[in-house]
Write a protein that binds this ligand. Sequence first.
Ligand SMILES: [Zn+2]
Length: 121
Amino acid sequence: MSSTQQFIDAAKSGKILSRKCKNCGHHHLATVYFCQNCGNREFEDEFLDGQGSIATYTIITVPPAGFDKYTPYAWVVLKLDNSELRVSGFMAGIAKPADLPMGTKAKIVGFDDRGIIIEKE
Ligand SMILES: [Zn+2]
């Protein structure tokens, strides 16, 4: 199974597949060749809970082709609770900033053609 497919399968069950540095424990989101923290080249896979808080987001009112049916929505950045990782994904039903205060607790609930799907907790 490719690492992309593993990542998607993990997201579908609410998890993030991370690459953890064997030297310093720093987590990375994608396939990396050197640790961004210490430069080490050895990693191990670690599944992280897809729960966190909203760090920032962009409300999409003019969607890309094929996404019209989803508007309004937000492209959000979720800071995971249990690591330094930030994950970006799709959140439905966000039309204005009052709909989604910074720091709102949210979690990963799936993955489809929109990418990672994030919902408020
Ligand atoms: Zn490291």
